[in-house]
Design a protein around this ligand. Structure first.
Ligand code: CA
Ligand code: CA
Length: 77
């Protein structure tokens, strides 16, 4: 189980340029970290992560989108 606080810290770590959203660029800047999020959300690549969890399709993942994605993944497990 992932708490909201853990998610926030994961999100902040992933958001390498600190603009408040995780873009493909952030994920490529931190390949090790994208591996962590991949294991949390059952995706295999940054591109797949973005496609699957960018629910409003603006090209970046907000904290709300990440939270929703992880909650969905947790419900499936
Ligand atoms: Ca960012
Ligand atoms: Ca988005």
């Amino acid at each position: 189980m992932t708490t909201e606080q853990e998610l926030k810290s994961l999100f902040n770590t992933l958001d390498t340029d600190k603009d408040g959203k995780v873009s493909l660029n952030d994920l490529f800047l931190s390949p090790g970290l994208s591996a962590i999020i991949s294991s949390e959300t059952n995706t295999t690549s940054p591109q797949e992560l973005l496609v699957q969890y960018d629910s409003d399709e603006d090209g970046s993942i907000t904290f709300e989108e990440l939270k929703e994605a992880v909650e969905k993944a947790s419900n499936l497990n």
